[in-house]
Design a protein around this ligand. Structure first.
Ligand SMILES: [Fe+2]
Ligand SMILES: [Fe+2]
Length: 187
């Protein structure tokens, strides 16, 4: 008898193993955003700092949504160390470019997850991923726009801060249809 869906006594499905990895990727992204926010904060760029501190909270929530799902799916959860964090940046552009690279990487990770869920006929898993896939489209677009504006501001950090203040407000109403977190959500 073989079972390809979910966890069995023979071990975790590929999808669940990748989801456990994704908890680490989301915590890494959360820490990386704090490093970027602190860099802006230390350089008196409060609007960019605000956006990136907020982004860090959202990544932390993404990790905790996956933790919630794993617990509900009876997958043994271990909380991982985050990966390497970059702290040495020369320019604002370097920071935003790193954020965009990170979001594109996370998008690829979710594509890999989606492929695994489909290969293993894990319909519940596929459904769980839908919100994250949509969220990644939004986050890549957000960082891509910000990078374009950084380039357009041509080094004028006042213009850049004005744009961020005007066009990148905190979204406090939460995200529609977002999966629940383990414990309270903070983003
Ligand atoms: Fe995320
Ligand atoms: Fe993200």
């Amino acid at each position: 008898m073989t079972s390809t869906i979910g966890s069995t006594e023979h071990g975790l499905s590929k999808f669940h193993r990748l989801l456990l990895d994704q908890v680490r990727h989301e915590f890494t992204a959360s820490h990386q955003y704090i490093a970027l926010a602190a860099w802006f904060d230390a350089r008196d760029l409060p609007q960019l700092a605000r956006v990136f501190y907020r982004q860090s909270l959202e990544e932390r929530d993404h990790a905790m949504m996956i933790v919630r799902f794993l617990i509900d799916s009876d997958v043994p959860v271990t909380i991982p160390q985050p990966g390497e964090i970059e702290n040495d940046f020369e320019t604002t552009r370097d920071c935003v470019a790193l954020a965009l690279r990170q979001e594109k990487q996370v998008t690829e990770q979710f594509h890999l997850l989606a492929r695994a869920a489909r290969e293993e006929n894990d319909y519940t898993g596929e459904q769980f991923l839908q919100w994250f896939l949509q969220e990644q489209t939004e986050e890549v677009a957000k960082m891509s726009t910000l990078l374009n504006v950084v380039d357009r501001s041509a080094g004028n950090l006042f213009d850049l801060e004005t744009f961020v203040a005007r066009d990148m407000p905190d979204e406090s109403e939460g995200s529609a249809g977002a999966p629940g977190t383990a414990g309270p959500s903070v983003g």
